[in-house]
Write a protein that binds this ligand. Structure first.
Ligand code: AMP
Length: 299
């Protein structure tokens, strides 16, 4: 089964307490598609400028990522994001966002993209997310968002929540959206709007998955060296949905395994800047860490 992702392919500038990089490859769809392609074929739908070179695009090479939906706009610049983290790596501070090519992005899915089984709507303006959702025949539609949209266009975001099956969201965003301090109560309020599953990302504390009937909690893999958390959320979503799309049937047991695969992929991303660590790992590394996770959680 294939996945379609609509999101950003970007350049980032990042500063963490452990180092600094002025220009590296980033973007929600970049992290997502590289992670998901370990398990399933991915159709990437995004837009870049002509500053994004073939060498930059080599991150997608040799992977099951179809770039037919990656538009290149001549004479324009790619989306750029600059962020900073203090010692609390769960909190990213945005220094600068330059939309560039993203300002006029109006994705039109082709037949292959429309008919993939899973659709991931990465963080974007909610009306754009809804317009893409309406073009898709996916059986499973998942969505990410961010604090900016909750603060500025909550009604539009609520309309999208009603249309999707699964939400991947930060714990702070659950609290912000629902104005409810308790995460489980907040999750239930969002589930009442329509999504069947809420996957709440809690940074170094792991993930909480809440459905109408069940709750599953997983820790983050306890790394000694967390270098740069950028992309952890999108990598998690890629591993999670990539694994699910590779299964003949989706049930509670598979969802739980998918949470662990997502956590495994994200744990690699944070070990180096950009996609530097994802670039060098193999599926054997992924499976070894999956087994280590099993040991971590057994009691
Ligand atoms: P995360 O997984 O949440 O850490 O996502 C990190 C990636 O999201 C970075 O590589 C950025 O390029 C990208 N990004 C940051 N801000 C935005 C935004 N407003 N819209 C879309 N993508 C963004």
């Amino acid at each position: 089964m294939s996945i379609t992702v609509v999101g950003t392919v970007a350049f980032d500038a990042i500063q963490t307490p452990f180092g600094k990089v002025d220009r590296c490859i980033g973007g929600s769809a970049t992290y997502f598609s590289v992670a998901a392609s370990f398990f399933s074929p991915v159709n990437l739908v995004s837009v870049i400028g002509d500053d994004f070179t073939d060498e930059d695009a080599s991150i997608f090479k040799g992977r099951r990522i179809d770039l037919g939906g990656l538009q290149r706009i001549a004479g324009a610049k790619s989306f750029f994001w600059s962020g900073e983290y203090g010692f609390d790596l769960n909190v990213a501070k945005t220094r600068d966002t330059q939309l560039n090519v993203l300002a006029d992005f109006n994705p039109q899915l082709n037949e292959q993209q429309r008919n993939s089984n899973v659709l991931f709507l990465a963080n974007a303006q909610p009306d754009l997310q809804l317009a893409v959702k309406k073009q898709s025949n996916a059986k499973l539609v998942a969505l990410d968002t961010m604090n900016y949209w909750i603060a500025s266009v909550k009604d539009a975001l609520t309309r999208v929540f009603r249309e999707v099956d699964l939400l991947v969201i930060n714990e702070a965003e659950v609290r912000q959206f629902t104005e409810e301090a308790n995460l489980v109560k907040g999750a239930r309020r969002i589930l009442a709007l329509g999504p069947k599953t809420l996957v709440i990302k809690r940074g170094e504390y792991g993930v909480l998955m809440v459905t109408k009937d069940a709750i599953f909690a997983a820790p983050a893999y306890p790394l000694e060296n967390v270098f740069d958390p950028t992309g952890a959320g999108d990598t998690f979503a890629g591993g999670f949905l990539g694994y699910l799309a590779s299964r003949p049937e989706i049930n509670d047991g598979e969802m739980r395994k998918a949470i662990i695969y997502g956590s495994v992929l994200a744990s690699f991303t944070v070990e180096k800047f950009s996609l530097d660590r994802l670039r060098e790992i193999t599926i054997d590394d992924v499976n070894d860490r999956y087994e280590a996770f099993r040991g971590l959680m057994a009691f």
